[in-house]
Design a protein around this ligand. Structure first.
Ligand code: F6R
Length: 357
């Protein structure tokens, strides 16, 4: 139930710090080490390449998951949109493992890929919020999100839960492979949970930015580089699906190859900068659009900030920044939709689980 909330979406945004804590608990043993189904670990260890298959927000979470599995666990990963993969299958490696990411576990596009790869005899792991779901029953292994029911059509807590579980999975494999980790993974997730809570406590700030940037605009751009590019794609999806503003997430460096032609006086451009190696260049991209009249805003992180930044997020581990930079983006989308009198929880033309291909 909604309780004191006007909308499930805001309730679910606020639940995220608790979901992260719940995930830590569920995937922790009595010695505070990561606890994971040994069969999942073996399947990952046997595989020479992971194929992540998903749609929409779950696909966006998969992009972040690829970073974890490649950078932490040292296994190559491809991320595919389910509806594309099902009729245009790439050449597969010798020992592929498929990971299906799906909040509902019922997405028909993903299921059609699962059926095909099972026919080919490949192993599959489903990461889902609904353990008895079709994708969970038909895969060899399941990891649960433990996010609790997600009611709003726009996915929020499932996205962060998916990223957290993918992080734990990557770390578990790294530990099994005896790779050196220079951080305490569950402690870092604990820090993320506290920071998330501090962000959801500052809603007025995001309501103000949403009003200023999205009240009467037809379109909006989000830009980022590296992992921030993945988060801006999710930011744009959230904004368009509930506020009906035409929004796109772009790689900062790619703007000048065409998209910058769309920038006019007052076009909103929101940039995320949480990664040291691109902090300088994304700021250059913001200047490029500002010089052409865009209304710009930078969301950065402690340690990389400059005085003019609109939002400075508290520091978290560099790999985990998507978990916190997405929260302001979810709130911006929420308030944009609210102030434009849109039906926040049930946007037009959309269903919570998409069971047709
Ligand atoms: C966006 C959204 C959709 C879903 C997509 C996949 O907010 O909710 O993009 O992420 O339809 O759904 P699942 O994760 O249930 O497979």
């Amino acid at each position: 139930e909604k309780g004191t909330y006007d909308h499930f979406m805001l309730k679910e945004i606020d639940e995220q710090p608790f979901v992260i804590r719940k995930i830590i608990q569920e995937y922790q043993d009595e010695n505070d080490n990561i606890k994971l189904d040994p069969a999942v670990r073996q399947a990952m260890m046997r595989s020479d390449r992971i194929y992540i298959i998903a749609a929409g927000t779950s696909y966006n979470a998969g992009l972040v998951g690829k970073q974890f599995i490649e950078k932490i666990a040292d296994i190559p990963v491809e991320v595919h949109i389910a509806s594309e993969f099902s009729y245009n299958m790439p050449l597969l490696s010798k020992k592929p493992l498929f990971i299906f990411i799906s909040q509902s576990g019922e997405t028909a596009d993903s299921r059609s890929v699962l059926v095909r790869i099972k026919d080919l005899g490949h192993p599959a792991l489903t990461i889902t919020n609904v353990p008895g779901s079709t994708l969970s029953r038909e895969a060899d292994y399941t990891l649960r999100l433990h996010a609790g029911p997600e009611i709003a059509v726009a996915s929020t807590k499932a996205y962060t839960a998916q990223i957290a579980v993918l992080f734990i999975l990557a770390v578990d494999i790294a530990q099994a492979k005896k790779l050196n980790l220079d951080f305490d993974p569950l402690q870092e997730l604990g820090i993320v949970s506290s920071v998330m809570e501090s962000l959801t406590d500052q809603k007025e700030e995001y309501e103000k930015i949403a009003k200023e940037f999205f009240t009467d605009t037809r379109n909006a751009f989000f830009i980022g580089r590296g992992v921030d590019y993945f988060v801006v794609q999710e930011a744009a999806l959230k904004l368009k699906e509930i506020s009906y503003i035409q929004a796109e997430g772009f790689a900062g460096g790619e703007l000048k190859h065409g998209t910058i032609a769309l920038i006019e006086e007052g076009t909103p451009v929101i940039a995320i900068s949480t990664q040291e190696n691109v902090n300088y260049s994304i700021r250059g991209n913001v200047q490029e659009v500002a010089a052409r009249g865009a209304k710009t805003c930078i969301l950065s992180i402690k340690g990389l900030e400059q005085d003019s930044d609109t939002v400075v997020l508290p520091h978290v581990h560099e790999l985990l920044t998507p978990l916190i930079s997405v929260v302001p983006m979810q709130l911006l989308a929420y308030y944009a939709a609210l102030h434009r009198d849109c039906d926040v929880d049930k946007p037009r033309n959309l269903a919570k689980s998409v069971t047709v291909e």
